[in-house]
Ligand binder design. Structure first.
Ligand code: BGC
Length: 358
């Protein structure tokens, strides 16, 4: 009997341990460490700024750090300092989801909960929750957009397409590319869509660090080797997993002489300012909008729940296994933005001022 009581007590204790923050700092506040991957992409600057503003408004102290330009050792160091510096919780957008296992061991030892922000952190049991957008849906939206615009269901084809995705260390890439290919692969298999470069595998379509320069370089090689061009081989669509890679492809296409009158259908993600400008100019066809304010407020509400020793709200407990187990997740809703949607989704919502995207 005593044994069962003890076991029950232990189970209760470990359950409450999950729903709590680490210690408060010397000023009596909970300090939240926010680790962002880079300052060179607009979205992470916005994510960091939103997190800081919203956390401070909710009464937390914030230690916000950017890891240079996607520098993994810098991110590991910064997280180490957050742990030794008395942070009560860590919110981390990992550069490489598999590079934080070691450093997060001491977070676990100190009962500092880790929330994976936007990108899942792999192989660590310090990761208690994951807040992101529905990443598979982002990919299926991009694939479906191309399928609809080319009318793949009814048109005879064949159509030429090329594929561009992101950094191999970013777990999201599996979902973005996987979601898009769930729509496009049957058409590639049937021959209605043709990838003339032959680069159909995720690894071949990858772009290290999601770099605009890298995607431009790769796409220039594809244009040259296949002979794509306004007067050459026809290019009907380019699947790009996000805006930073779409911008590289755009540069390569514009340099090859493409204009708004013959531009291939080009997808993106984030509604970054340069891409919104390209949509307004009739070049990029669409982008998937993920309102970073929504994601930040979701994470703040997770932290509020932990501060009250209650369980944060999640809406997915199946999809995101980090190698140790499924991480309870909250998936926010992405939306498709085409030029006709820019006013409502991006201006009326207060995300951008008109001058930002002119
Ligand atoms: C994010 C995208 C972003 C990409 C590059 C991904 O993990 O989900 O929104 O475009 O990283 O920063």
């Amino acid at each position: 009997m005593k044994k069962f009581l003890l076991l029950g007590l232990l189970m209760c204790l470990s359950a409450t341990m999950v729903f709590s923050l680490g210690k408060k700092d010397a000023t009596g506040k909970y300090k939240i460490g926010v680790s962002m991957p880079t300052q060179s992409l607009q979205r992470w600057n916005q994510d960091g700024a939103n997190m800081k503003t919203q956390l401070e408004a909710a009464g937390y102290a914030v230690d916000l750090q950017y890891a240079g330009d996607n520098d993994i050792p810098t991110q590991v160091n910064q997280i180490e300092n957050m742990i030794t510096g008395g942070c009560s919780a860590l919110v981390i957008a990992a550069i490489d989801g598999s590079s934080l296992t070691e450093v997060l061991k001491s977070a676990k030892e100190k009962n500092i909960p880790v929330i994976a922000y936007d990108r899942l952190i792999m192989n660590s049991d310090a990761v208690k929750f994951y807040a992101t957008f529905d990443n598979t849906k982002v990919g299926t939206m991009q694939g479906q957009y191309i399928a609809d615009k080319l009318n793949l269901r009814n048109a005879e084809g064949p159509f030429n397409i090329e594929l561009v995705t992101g950094d191999p260390g970013d777990n999201n890439v599996n979902f973005f590319f996987g979601g898009a290919m769930s729509v496009l692969k049957p058409y590639i298999d049937s021959g209605k869509l043709v990838v003339k470069s032959g680069q159909t595998a995720q690894a071949q379509a990858a772009t290290p660090n999601w770099s605009t320069e890298e995607s431009q370089r790769r796409f220039e090689n594809i244009i040259t080797s296949v002979g794509y061009g306004p007067d050459g081989e026809k290019l009907d669509a380019v699947l790009c997993s996000n805006d930073s890679t779409a911008n590289g492809v755009t540069n390569a296409l514009v340099n090859a002489g493409y204009t708004k009158d013959n531009f291939p259908i080009l997808t993106g993600q984030d509604c970054d300012k340069p891409s919104v400008k390209n949509m307004n100019a009739g070049i990029q066809a669409m982008s998937v909008f993920k309102d970073t304010r929504t994601l930040a407020s979701r994470v703040v509400s997770m932290i509020n729940s932990l501060a009250k020793n209650t369980s944060p709200e999640v809406n997915d407990t199946k999809t995101y296994n980090n190698g140790i187990g499924v991480v309870p997740s909250y998936l926010c809703e992405p939306i498709v933005v085409e030029p006709k949607d820019i006013q409502k989704a991006l201006i009326d919502s207060g995300y951008y001022k008109p001058a930002d995207i002119q």
